[in-house]
Design a protein around this ligand. Structure first.
Ligand code: URA
Length: 198
């Protein structure tokens, strides 16, 4: 097995056994899966959402419900194939009733995301929604550049990692267009920023 695949498989095993998570009990009770991530292990672009929803927990796949259909449309609008990118979330188990992730949940799951970034070494991290924006901006020391997501969406931020320089691009969460289809064009316009990185 390729080294990246092996390291990512190890993350999956660790998350499966993560009894210390407050969401572990929910996972067992509901007989659902954690969602680790999916896509190319050599992706140039990594998309990071918030947490699995109902469909994702039922299948173990990220963004496979209503938000996923919007994400697929957004990717298609800029000619990006989903299999060429990597899609994951900060929180790997579904919060009950799709509530916002709690700070302690982000604390428990974010080390797995950090490892996924180190393994895949994307050149661009596109965050989907304010939770992943906030986490990723802080992780790369860009705390001072954080404002509201409605100001930052579609902007490109430069950051340094231990494997070189990268771009961080905060984007709206696709769910925005699930709840209000009149906003889809705004999301499509933001995605155009990714065209030069594909
Ligand atoms: N919303 C997210 O943030 N992530 C998913 O995987 C699905 C919906």
């Amino acid at each position: 097995m390729d080294n990246r695949t092996e390291q990512l498989r190890k993350i999956k095993e660790e998350v499966l056994a993560l009894k210390s998570s407050p969401l572990y009990k929910e996972r067992i009770k509901n007989n659902v899966f954690p969602v680790i991530g999916e896509g190319s292990h050599y992706a140039k672009i990594m998309f990071i959402g918030e947490a699995p929803g109902r469909n994702e927990a039922a299948t173990g796949r990220p963004f496979c419900g209503a938000s996923g259909r919007i994400l697929d449309e957004l990717l298609a609008s800029v000619g990006i194939n989903r299999k060429d990118v990597y899609v994951t979330n900060i929180v790997k188990d579904r919060p009950p009733a799709n509530r916002d992730p709690l700070p302690e949940e982000i604390t428990i799951y974010s080390p797995f995301l950090d490892r996924q970034i180190d393994i895949i070494q994307p050149q661009v991290i596109a965050t989907l929604g304010r939770f992943s924006m906030d986490y990723v901006m802080r992780k790369f020391g860009l705390d001072n550049a954080i404002t509201a997501i409605n100001k930052m969406h579609g902007e490109i931020f430069d950051a340094r990692t231990n494997y070189g320089s990268i771009k961080i691009i905060p984007l709206y969460h696709p769910a925005v267009a699930v709840y209000d289809s009149s906003r889809k064009q705004e999301l499509i316009d933001d995605f155009k920023v990714l065209e030069k990185f594909k």
